[in-house]
Design a protein around this ligand. Structure first.
Ligand SMILES: [Zn+2]
Ligand SMILES: [Zn+2]
Length: 648
């Protein structure tokens, strides 16, 4: 008999040789039907793998990430079979599952796959799937594996690097593939499959190697799931921040300026400024002080901070000046500069905490292939701040930072988020710097703060940085995608490296604790996420222009100006479209630009001192006529509804 421990901690006894499928069956028939993958003592196995030792078993269904991974990886075998049927003689390389679906890298030789082939391949995959072939693992000797792939230099290379005795094949139907395992029980549960795209990919990701064709696909246990996924993809395309950024004239990239270096157009700059003012105001209320530091710093500064040793070789290289031996670096982080601000004078415990904030622009080298719109760039501005406090103040400071982050999320329409507290790996105490009592205090402070603020959080052991524990927020956007935003990091390392001190009540010098925090993260990435989350319909308080005044003809120019003045007097951001165009055209263009409110004015309105109000997206609804003053109080109330209140 062997003892199997299940995730709930319960231990069950089974005869040696029991399979995960049989274990599931002993729990319930429903579970057994749904289990598609399993792991034993942390290693992925098949649901038909016999278990012969005591150990921990986890069973996965489609609803688990591991279940999806097995499902998609298994489908990649079936797709490889279909590709081989359709294009005999092609060379298969690797076919892993990815975050959404899977791919297979293929050397098509002199053949070519195009969009026109996708449907036929999908049909072939589904025809094979219907036959309910089991995925069966078997081990193979190195000689046997090399023989099977004697005409495939890619698989040969993979096999050559494997130890004899660790090589295995996966068989299904008439198809065999070199594979480590991790499959669903049989092809029958693959009910829907789509080839998403093809792209070039270098063998082993190295551009010196041959370029292969990467075929991307996805599959589902139900046709409806595939339909929903395709709709989501369409919506994501529509909301792509690179597309919206162009349409709304927010930012631009110029090859002449350089890759990954965004240029902010007037409307985008106004948007950024509004976000900055919003946060600056909140920070001021919470006792932060604004500082300004240069874009470069001496190389020695980053040697002191440790950043140079860690990132120097893979980043922008030092800047040399005509003076002998002078070397500067583009600032990759603001923290070292802020440490030196703290060091500008001696502090007593009575002066702490000090909270220094800066919208600091930093530069990090990213490979050109990694660059993506505003989410991966080479120069970006962090809404950075560093809090220097005593270990006893950590608790209160952490709670305040969480308050600020929640205020930011709430005011920008991010309602759905979870948090992760990253703490030490207690089995590896040597990995971490700083004394144990302080670590315990800090970890407890973060957990208390998360609890106190009612966050939905998990604690991850071993995920802390070597220099301190942290709290990360994972935000879900309108399309259900997760983004990491708003990290709060405790740091014992930089105070040490920069020899930061304060005089305690005992008259002795002590080290302050440092907290790094950035609710937005970077302005660039945050605006990209916000664009995709809101599809460009920002909360009203943030819209670059809240109102557009559309005149029925040039005759009403003076009245349009009068309305504009009245709005501006009350700090409502507005503009006039006084072109000699039809009102229909003006409305259509204003809709594309996503102005939240359109005020249509003509003879009637001028005579009565009114405006005809139309809301963005309200096509088909009739306009509402209001007195100008009425509209002003109405919009002011609408704006105030979209900003959260900040309790200090
Ligand atoms: Zn496989
Ligand atoms: Zn920092």
């Amino acid at each position: 008999m062997i003892k199997i421990t299940l995730p709930d901690g319960s231990v069950k006894e089974f005869a040696s040789g029991v399979t995960p499928h049989e274990v599931a069956l002993s729990i319930s028939e429903g579970l057994a039907r749904n289990v598609i993958s399993a792991s034993f003592n942390g290693t992925t196995i098949e649901t038909a793998t016999p278990l012969t030792t005591d150990g921990s078993l986890v069973l996965y269904t489609w609803n688990d990430a591991e279940g999806k991974k097995a499902f998609w990886h298994s489908t990649s075998h079936v797709m490889a079979q279909a590709l081989e049927e359709k294009f005999p003689g092609i060379k298969l390389t690797i076919g892993p599952a990815i975050e959404n679906g899977f791919y297979y890298d293929v050397d098509f030789g002199d053949k070519r796959i195009t969009d026109a082939d996708f449907k036929d391949i999908e049909d072939r995959v589904l025809a094979i799937a219907k036959e309910k072939h089991e995925f069966k693992m078997r081990s193979a000797s190195k000689a046997e594996a090399l023989e099977l792939y004697k005409d495939n230099e890619y698989k040969t290379e993979l096999i050559t690097n494997l130890e004899d005795g660790t090589i295995s094949f996966c068989d299904h139907s008439t198809f065999t593939d070199l594979c480590r395992g991790g499959h669903i029980p049989n092809t029958g549960i693959i009910k829907a499959m789509k080839i998403l795209s093809v792209a070039g990919a270098y063998w082993r990701g190295d551009e010196k190697n041959k370029q292969l064709t990467r075929v991307y696909g996805i599959s589902f246990p139900k046709q409806k799931d595939l339909n929903d996924y395709l709709l989501l993809l369409e919506e994501a395309k529509r909301r792509d921040h690179r597309k919206l950024g162009k349409e709304l004239e927010l930012f631009h990239f110029s090859q002449r300026v350089g890759q990954g270096l965004p240029l902010w157009l007037p409307k985008g700059a106004a948007l950024r400024d509004r976000l900055e003012q919003f946060l600056k105001k909140a920070q001021k209320k919470m006792g932060y002080e604004q500082v300004v530091t240069p874009h470069i710093g001496q190389k020695e500064l980053y040697e002191t901070s440790g950043h140079y040793a860690k990132y120097g070789a893979d980043s922008f290289q030092p800047i040399h000046t005509p003076a002998e031996g002078e070397e500067f670096l583009l600032k990759p982080m603001n923290c070292p500069h802020h440490c030196e601000i703290y060091n500008a004078k001696p502090w007593s415990y009575k002066d702490l905490p000090k909270r220094y904030a800066e919208f600091g622009t930093v530069y990090r080298y990213e490979q050109s292939g990694e660059l993506h719109g505003l989410t991966r760039v080479r120069g970006f501005t962090q809404d950075d701040a560093h809090i220097f406090c005593t270990p006893d103040q950590l608790d209160t400071e952490f709670k305040k930072v969480i308050d600020l982050v929640l205020y930011v999320f709430g005011s920008l329409g991010f309602e759905n988020f979870t948090a992760q507290v990253s703490v030490r790996d207690l089995n590896n105490p040597d990995k971490y710097i700083g004394n144990i009592e302080n670590w315990e205090k800090a970890e407890q402070a973060i957990i208390n703060a998360a609890k106190d603020k009612g966050l939905n959080y998990v604690i991850e052991s071993g995920e802390a940085a070597f220099y301190g524990p942290k709290l990360d927020f994972m935000v879900k956007d309108a399309l259900g995608r997760s983004w990491q935003l708003g990290t709060i990091q405790v740091d014992y390392n930089l105070p040490e490296r920069f020899d930061l001190t304060y005089k305690g009540s005992d008259d002795k010098l002590h080290r302050p604790v440092m907290i790094h925090r950035a609710p937005f993260g970077s302005m660039e990435r945050f605006i990209a996420i916000l664009l995709e989350h809101t599809a460009g319909n920002f909360p009203l308080w943030l819209m670059p222009e809240q109102v557009i005044i559309l005149s029925l003809s040039e005759k009403y120019e003076n009245y349009a100006k009068k309305v504009l003045n009245l709005l501006e007097n009350d700090e409502i951001r507005a503009l006039v479209d006084n072109r000699n165009e039809t009102i229909g055209k003006k409305i259509r263009e204003a809709e594309v630009q996503k102005y939240p409110f359109m005020l249509i004015i003509g003879e009637e309105e001028e005579k009565n001192g009114t405006v005809s109000v139309r809301k963005h997206g309200d096509a088909g609804k009739s306009n509402i006529t209001m007195k100008i003053e009425e509209f002003i109080s109405f919009i002011q109330e609408e704006v105030s509804k979209t900003v959260r209140s900040l309790e200090v």
